[in-house]
Design a protein around this ligand. Structure first.
Ligand code: PXL
Length: 275
C-alpha cells in the first residue's frame, strides 16, 4: 500500500522553456513531495532570450480546470502565477469561492502577482493589475511580490528596509492575510532579506545573495515551495522559512541553458542524484 500525497494546485501559464510558470511549479511540487494539479491560464512562446508572445486560455476553461480537480481529487493548497487578463482573474476568484479555496476556507491560497518575466517581458494585460488587487488579494492567505511587482501594485519604490516595511503595510491594505515583500531585487546588498508580516507579526528572513544571471523561474519556485509546505500543514511563517531555504539552494544550483537567462533548479532535492 502506498500513501496518497497531499495536493497543490497551480493556476498559471506554461513556459515553453521549462524553467518558469507551470513547469517550475510542477517540478517544485514534485521535489517537495506533493502531487501537482494544474489550471493553465496562458501558453507563452519563449526561450532563455525572452518571451516572444502568449495566448490566453478562455476564462471558462480556466475555471473548469479548477472545478474538475477540486471536486474530484481535492486541493490542500493553491497558488496563482501568470494570470494574463482581468477576465481570467475574475473567473479564478469566483471559482475559488465556489470550490472553497482561499483565506478563511481552510485551504491556503498563495498569490504570486506575476507581472513580467526575468527578461522584462509583460505577462499581464493592462487592466489585470487592478483585478489582482481587488479580486485576489482579499482572498489570499499570502501574497509574494518582488520589488518590481510592489512598485506596480502600490506605487512604493523600495530602496531600503524602511521602504520594504511601508510597502508591506500598503499591500496589507488590499486585504491579504500575510504579505512577503521579497528583497532579492534590492541592489547593493551582499544578502537578500525578505519581510513577512500579517500586520502584527514582523519577520525578517535573511539569506545569502548568489551571483548568478540564471534566475529564471525564481519567484515561481519560491511560491511553489511555500505552497507545498502549506499543503503539508505548515503555518505561514514555517512555510515561508522552508520556501526561503528551498529557493536559496535552487538559485545556488541554477544552471545555464540557452544563450540567455537560465533557470533556477530544484534538482538538488532529488534523492539518489548521481552528480
Ligand atoms: O517567472 C515568472 C513567470 C511566470 N509564468 C510564466 C513565465 C514567467 C517568466 O518568464 O513565463 C509562464
Amino acid at each position: 500500500m502506498t500513501t496518497t500525497p497531499r495536493t497543490a494546485l497551480t493556476i498559471a501559464g506554461s513556459d515553453s522553456g521549462g524553467g518558469a510558470g507551470i513547469q517550475a511549479d510542477l517540478r517544485t511540487f514534485f521535489a517537495c513531495g506533493v502531487h501537482g494539479l494544474v489550471a493553465v491560464t496562458a501558453v507563452t512562446v519563449q526561450n532563455s532570450l525572452g518571451v516572444q508572445g502568449f495566448t490566453e486560455i478562455p476564462a471558462d476553461v480556466v475555471a473548469d480546470q479548477i472545478k474538475a480537480v477540486a471536486g474530484d481529487m481535492g486541493v490542500d493548497a493553491a497558488k496563482t502565477g501568470m494570470l494574463a487578463t482581468a477576465e481570467i482573474i475574475r473567473a479564478v476568484a469566483k471559482t475559488l469561492d465556489e470550490t472553497g479555496i482561499g483565506r478563511g476556507s481552510g485551504v491556503p491560497f498563495v498569490v504570486d502577482p506575476v507581472a513580467a518575466s526575468a527578461t522584462g517581458h509583460a505577462l499581464l494585460r493592462e487592466d489585470a493589475l487592478e483585478a489582482i488587487r481587488t479580486e485576489l488579494f482579499p482572498r489570499a492567505t499570502l501574497v509574494t511580490p518582488n520589488l518590481d511587482e510592489v512598485r506596480l501594485l502600490t506605487g512604493v519604490q523600495v530602496t531600503d528596509a524602511a521602504g520594504q516595511r511601508r510597502a508591506a503595510e500598503a499591500l496589507l491594505g488590499f486585504g491579504p492575510q500575510w504579505v512577503l515583500v521579497k528583497g532579492g531585487h534590492l541592489q547593493g546588498s551582499p544578502e537578500c532579506t525578505d519581510l513577512l508580516s500579517d500586520g502584527s507579526e514582523w519577520v525578517e528572513l535573511t539569506g545569502p545573495r548568489y551571483d548568478t544571471g540564471n534566475t529564471h523561474g525564481g519567484g515561481d519556485t519560491m511560491a511553489s515551495a511555500i505552497t507545498a509546505s502549506l499543503a503539508r500543514g505548515a503555518t505561514v511563517p514555517e512555510a515561508v522559512a522552508a520556501g526561503k531555504r528551498f529557493i536559496e539552494r535552487s538559485v545556488a544550483e541554477s544552471y545555464s541553458l540557452g544563450a540567455g537567462v537560465g533557470p533556477v533548479s530544484p534538482f538538488w532535492r532529488l534523492a539518489g542524484r548521481t552528480d
